[in-house]
Each structure stands twice: as C-alpha cells, then as structure tokens.
Design a protein around this ligand. Structure first.
Ligand SMILES: CC(C)(COP(=O)(O)OP(=O)(O)OC[C@H]1O[C@@H](n2cnc3c(N)ncnc32)[C@H](O)[C@@H]1OP(=O)(O)O)[C@@H](O)C(=O)NCCC(=O)NCCS
Length: 183
C-alpha cells in the first residue's frame, strides 16, 4: 500500500492547495488534464490521436499504484479541481525495484505557482520514508528549460543525454535523464 497523508499549502496566489494520494474518482479529471497538456504540443511523448487513456484505464492505474509498494501517484487539488499530478513508476525486477521514473503535468493556468515544486517535494519525501525506494529518475526534453531548472533546483543531477530521442514537428529533440537519491 503506497499513499501519503494529505498535505495543505498556501500558494503564491494565496489559494489553498491540497497534495494527496490520487483516488479512483480523480481519473476522469486527470485524463482531461492530460488531453489539454498533449494538445499544447511540446511536452509529451505522444500526440493527441495516440493518447489511449480513458477514465476507466486511469482508474485502474491509480488503484495499481496505490497497491504497489514502490509506486506513488499524487494529485494537487484546489477546491474540487485537480490542477496537476505526479506519478512515480518503479521497475519490476528485484534488481531494479528501488528506482524508476516519474511524470508530472499541470494544467496550464496553474503553472508557476509552486504546485510542481510541492508535488515533487512530496514525492521525494515519500521516497525518503518508503522502504523500497532509493532513487528517483526522470526524462525531460532538452527543450523544456523551465522544467529542467526546477529539477536542478530540487537537487536532481544530470544522468545522461539520449540524443535525437524524439522528432517533434520535424526536428530532433534530445532527452535529458536526471536522478536524485532518496537515501
Ligand atoms: C514543469 C511543471 C511541472 C513545473 O511546475 P510549476 O508549478 O509550473 O513550477 P513551480 O512553480 O513549482 O516551480 C518553478 C520553479 O522553477 C523556477 N524556474 C522556472 N523556469 C526557470 C528558468 N527558466 N530558470 C530558472 N528557474 C526557473 C521558478 O523560479 C520556480 O522556482 P521558485 O519557486 O523557487 O521561484 C509545470 O510547469 C508543467 O506541468 N509544465 C508542462 C508539462 C511539463 O513540462 N511536464 C514535465 C515534463 S518532464
């Protein structure tokens, strides 16, 4: 079972945000949020017509992450609106279960308020206290300067670069791999 106790914070715009474990009932909002981010263009591995998640499949994922020891799925909620989420997915074998990758996405209008930082800090804190986790990694497009700046600020170090990892609008884009030890 992998969950956190809900945490409340006041944002730069003075709104109250709750960081909590995702619940099955959040699935439809998360999928809608993701569709919006994908439509923006530069942030995701897939394009709109390639995104297959539905409220039902996301609900299954939320349940699976809750039941796994080495995974965590958190959302940021303002009133009843899911403004963003982070999901950390560890690998499956005994030799790799201590590590994995996270993804983080926020609705456009809720960015630069500190929510991303709070979600990542909550995930890192979970990792620190989790018996399985030792290391958290991520992959980010080399073009995503503000996300890279945020990860650096939170202590993530560069692990490597996958050159020409993607072709976006006809142009090659590298992936930067970053990591942080949780213990
Ligand atoms: C990336 C993302 C998760 C960040 O969340 P956010 O809530 O917007 O970011 P925050 O407001 O928490 O933090 C931004 C921090 O990075 C800093 N930052 C942003 N751009 C920066 C830049 N170019 N140089 C230096 N610092 C920068 C800010 O100063 C801020 O730090 P501070 O709070 O200490 O001032 C969010 O913007 C998002 O969802 N973007 C679109 C999807 C995406 O890129 N996902 C990540 C894919 S790997």
């Amino acid at each position: 079972m992998s969950t956190i106790s809900p945490e409340e914070y006041i944002l730069k715009n003075r709104k109250k945000v709750t960081i909590r474990s995702a619940l099955v009932k959040d699935a439809a909002q998360v999928v809608k949020l993701m569709k919006g981010v994908i439509k923006e263009g530069p942030f995701t591995l897939y394009e709109s017509d390639e995104y297959r998640s539905t409220a039902k499949s996301e609900a299954k994922k939320i349940k699976r992450f809750k039941e796994a020891h080495g995974k965590i799925y958190l959302v940021a909620e303002i009133k009843d609106e899911i403004t963003g989420f982070i999901s950390f997915d560890n690998w499956d074998t005994r030799r790799t279960t201590h590590t994995g990758l996270f993804s983080i996405f926020l609705k456009k209008k809720f960015r630069s308020l500190g929510i991303g930082k709070l979600l990542i800090k909550s995930m890192l804190n979970w990792g620190k206290n989790n018996p399985v986790n030792k290391k958290i990694s991520l992959a980010v497009f080399s073009t995503n300067k503000s996300a890279i700046a945020l990860y650096k600020k939170l202590g993530f170090k560069r692990e490597g670069c996958c050159p020409r990892d993607m072709i976006i609008n006809g142009k090659y884009v590298d992936s930067i791999l970053m990591y942080k030890y949780t213990k």
